[in-house]
Write a protein that binds this ligand. Structure first.
Ligand SMILES: [Zn+2]
Length: 50
């Protein structure tokens, strides 16, 4: 099973999960709710569950 992590969108506050390959990368995440693009470092809340 692939590892994932959860982020919170800095714009709309929606939570969604991303592939862990995007963690600590310079690739932008795209919010599925408002389509905001942001880096994981910009997320106000990150949940890295194992
Ligand atoms: Zn959003």
């Amino acid at each position: 099973m692939e590892r994932i992590f959860w982020v919170k969108c800095p714009k709309c506050g929606g939570r969604f999960c991303c592939d862990y390959e995007l963690r600590h990368s310079n690739l932008k995440l795209i919010c599925p709710f408002c389509h905001e693009q942001f880096l994981d470092a910009e997320s106000p809340e990150i949940d890295e569950r194992l």
